[in-house]
Design a protein around this ligand. Structure first.
Ligand SMILES: [Zn+2]
Length: 334
């Protein structure tokens, strides 16, 4: 870490760098909850709010039966959840796949239209997950024809089942040491660990029956969930916990950007930041890390003409969040 170096020896070319994760955290962790379940409303969201953790909820607005009903908490999902800072993701309208392209356009497009309305200050980019086990024109999503995949593009969706997005679904078969191992591994290796959940709570007789038939356990007990949150909280100074869309934006921006040293003088350092993502979709601020040298009492940082806020993370280390766009970065000594 920059704080451990003798910062006066750091060359100007190396003093500023782009942080792999936002706010110079060591790794990223996302929490995703599928299927707008009652336990998300009654237990998950109040607990997340206590810890100020923002998560992603994959919803099916058309799914309304005795067990799963979006309508039962429609007001909560649409009015309260966006204001709390959680993100809703596109999990299709009915969670039933589609027989043909016309049906698919409805299943995918209607949810996107709804979410664009619910988040008027966000751009159109969002995450998409096909319902598990559903078919699209007779094939599972990962094998569906390209016209179906094109629909995801049409609605500015990042396909979580494209094969590029690893994730772990936590259920009651996992023990505390298992998730701590995954969290620590993510911190150690600077990766994004995506956790997925379905029901939080004890298994009902229907859940037991479902597991008996399908072999699939999608319940994680509420006690384990509370332990999981407490474990995250204890390590949160090292972890960027954020909604999936924020992490995926940042990851893409980071991979498409580079910082180039231009010049240094007694009064300033100049760098050029090149970013190859489209700012109208990839708009998450990028974090730059600056190592202060011993002689610098105060600095000001500018992105083109705009002065930026500076936050101190260690004695000799500052973090500056910039817009993810190609621009000049000036560090001015005052
Ligand atoms: Zn689902």
């Amino acid at each position: 870490m920059p704080s451990q170096m003798n910062s006066s020896k750091i060359l100007p070319t190396e003093r500023l760098s782009i942080s792999k994760w936002y706010s110079a955290k060591r790794c990223a962790i996302s929490l995703r909850f599928d299927d707008n379940l009652d336990s998300h409303v009654n237990l998950v969201i109040p607990q997340l709010n206590k810890y100020d953790i923002k998560a992603t909820f994959m919803i099916n607005p058309g799914r309304n039966n005795f067990i799963i009903s979006y309508k039962r908490h429609q007001e909560f999902w649409e009015k309260q959840v966006p204001v709390m800072g959680h993100r809703l993701g596109n999990h299709t309208w009915n969670h039933k796949g589609a027989k043909n392209l016309e049906e698919a356009e409805y299943e995918i497009g209607e949810v996107s239209e709804l979410l664009w309305n619910l988040y008027p200050n966000e751009n159109k980019l969002n995450v998409f997950a096909s319902g598990g086990g559903e078919t699209w024109g007779g094939r599972r999503w990962h094998k569906a024809s390209f016209q179906y995949k094109q629909l995801a593009e049409k609605f500015f969706l990042i396909d979580l089942y494209s094969g590029e997005h690893k994730r772990i679904e936590l259920n009651s078969n996992f023990a505390q040491k298992d998730w701590n191992f995954m969290i620590d591994d993510s911190i150690e290796n600077g990766t994004h660990q995506a956790f997925v959940f379905h029901k939080i709570g004890d298994k009902s007789s229907i859940d037991f029956l479902k597991e008996f038939i399908t072999g699939y356990n999608n319940c994680f007990s509420s006690n384990k969930f509370l332990d999981f949150l407490a474990d995250l909280e204890s390590k949160k100074d090292k972890i960027w916990i954020a909604p999936l869309i924020d992490i995926l934006k940042y990851e893409r921006e980071y991979k498409s950007s580079e910082l180039q040293f231009i010049s240094n003088s007694d009064s300033e350092l100049e760098y050029v930041l090149n970013v190859n993502t489209d700012l109208s979709l990839y708009d998450h601020p990028l974090s730059l890390v600056y190592s202060i040298v011993n002689t610098e009492k105060h600095i000001k940082v500018f992105q083109n003409e705009t002065e930026l806020e500076i936050s101190k993370i260690f004695e000799n280390c500052r973090v500056i969040n910039v817009q993810p766009k190609s621009s000049s970065i000036f560090i001015k000594f005052t």
